[in-house]
Design a protein around this ligand. Structure first.
Ligand code: URP
Ligand code: ZN
Ligand code: ZN
Ligand code: ZN
Length: 484
């Protein structure tokens, strides 16, 4: 059976033009005028764009003494209702747990996904077994390894472990990702604020200032350079982090930065709301920042120094958040956003003129497809690409409210935000998975997307590494200090 998306305007990361799209099976087979197919999808007045890819989700993840509330069913359904047709989730091995066992457990959980998905593998501990298993992980279609520089005593790895893992990534043609915050300093600051009685959610923001993020990004950038490997920095929230990425890029390093829709649009005042629940529901790491930092992120997206907008969707119910009453360090870290990323970015980015439509496609889909080595199968409206498509109606509006969301939690951090520019249809590999405001996707139809490694891309750029094999200087006895 064939489907034609008719009468719309195609928007890709590069160009905008009116055309129909023909889909046969799961694939786009023609783009042009006056195409016909067995089934017609009306895109009059709409933009036809690659389905969104959210490269940063935590579905059904054990974390901070509980587990994130949305699973691969509710999470991917939230995604498709907002135009996102693929998520990349994080496999999180326990300390001393085999990476392969953890990967199998994640495959099991993802069995109910309603749209396509892939995984990053987290390096939560280090040893010969991890070093060995990383190769097998790459063989199983995962080319990215995530490192937490924060969450001391739980997920955090130290600089030695980072460097060893980055070297291994370089060897395997994989790319390291970092959650960049100085976990040692955060732990001390948490202790300090608890001691002086700042036990509420505002303590979370105080204990994670932009400086601890900027320092960690600089450190990760330097370690990546020494290892000769590209680097992807997740949830970039502030100018100090953005500045480190900009500088590394201007020096020729392949460093990528991912702001979240939350950091772009919500600010630190949320933590000073007198309603404890309101503030705690917004506790995530890094915390929301002030307007100056938000502006930096918007500028980075327009200028290309930041490449991707994600969500870090890690949703907890109010009841779960209340585990941290009296001790902000116990509030489970994370917020939702999968359903809202694209409508909020369209409304606050494209409609305000901060981003062009083509930049919108780049940062929600095409750039990450290229970074993850799955372009143009994903992230493109092109012949041969998977028919993952969002038909976006720029006139359709709604007010975001938890009552109507797919996510199973009982609130939404964007509650009350008016958005204009919503999917009329979302297609996943040719199937209509969202239409008329309703999710039509079935659990389990999503497929795992394998991502091949890339050939190692560059040597370290630092001046010492430029001497390919550093040689000791030969010195004769007369050039040595007397008495040696
Ligand atoms: O607060 C957050 N971001 N929770 C999810 C885990 C992580 O750090 O990405
Ligand atoms: Zn659990
Ligand atoms: Zn993180
Ligand atoms: Zn995360």
């Amino acid at each position: 059976m064939s489907t034609v998306i008719k009468g719309g305007t195609i928007v890709t990361a590069d160009t905008t033009f009116p055309a129909d799209v023909l889909i046969e099976g799961e694939t786009i087979t023609a783009i042009g005028k006056n195409l016909s197919g067995d089934k017609v999808i009306d895109a009059a007045g709409c933009y036809v764009m690659p389905g969104g890819i959210d490269p940063h989700t935590h579905l059904e993840m054990p974390f901070m003494g509980t587990h994130s509330a949305d699973d691969f069913s509710s999470g991917t359904k939230a995604g498709v209702s907002g135009g996102t047709t693929m998520v990349v989730d994080f496999v999180l091995p326990g300390i001393n747990e085999s990476l392969i066992d953890a990967l199998q457990a994640w495959h099991q959980k993802a069995g109910k996904a309603a749209s396509d998905y892939s995984f990053h593998m987290a390096i939560t501990w280090w040893g010969e077994q991890v070093w060995k298993e990383m190769e097998e992980v790459v063989k199983r279609g995962i080319n990215t390894f995530k490192h937490f520089m924060a969450y001391k005593g739980a997920l955090m790895v130290n600089d030695d472990e980072l460097y060893q893992s980055f070297l291994r990534c370089a060897e395997l043609g994989a790319m390291p990702l970092v959650h960049a915050e100085n976990g040692d300093v955060v732990a001390r600051l948490q202790q300090k604020y608890m001691e002086i009685g700042t036990t509420g959610p505002e303590g979370h923001a105080f204990s994670r200032p932009p400086e601890v993020e900027g320092e960690a990004v600089n450190r990760a950038v330097m370690i990546a350079d020494q290892a000769g490997v590209p680097l992807y920095v997740v949830h970039v929230s502030c100018e100090a982090a953005h500045e480190a990425i900009r500088r590394a890029r201007s020096l020729g390093q392949r460093v990528f930065g991912e702001p979240l829709i939350q950091h772009l649009t919500l600010d630190e005042s949320e933590y000073f709301n007198p309603d404890w629940d309101h503030a705690a529901r917004r506790v995530m790491s890094p915390p929301f920042r002030n307007k100056v930092n938000q502006d930096s992120l918007w500028h980075g997206l327009a200028a290309g120094s930041l490449q991707v907008v994600a969500t870090d969707h890690c949703a907890f119910t109010t009841e779960q958040k209340r585990m941290g009453i009296g001790d902000f360090t116990r509030i489970p870290n994370g917020t939702g956003g999968l359903e809202d990323r694209m409508p909020v970015l369209w409304t606050k980015g494209v409609r305000t003129g901060r981003l062009t439509m083509n930049e919108f496609v780049a940062v929600t889909s095409s750039n990450i497809a290229k970074i993850l080595n799955i372009y143009p199968k994903k992230g493109a409206i092109a012949v041969g690409a998977d028919a993952d498509i969002v038909v976006l109606d720029p006139k359709k509006s709604k007010t975001i409210t938890a009552d109507k969301q797919q996510s199973i939690i009982d609130y939404n951090v964007f509650e009350g935000v008016e958005v204009t520019g919503l999917p009329r249809y979302t297609l996943s590999r040719g199937d209509v998975v969202f239409e008329d405001g309703k999710v039509t996707a079935e659990d389990g139809r999503g497929k795992f997307v394998e991502r091949a490694p890339s050939p190692p891309v560059h040597e370290a750029l630092s001046s010492w590494k430029a001497l390919k094999t550093p040689q000791p200087v030969e010195r004769s006895a007369e050039n040595m200090p007397i008495g040696v």
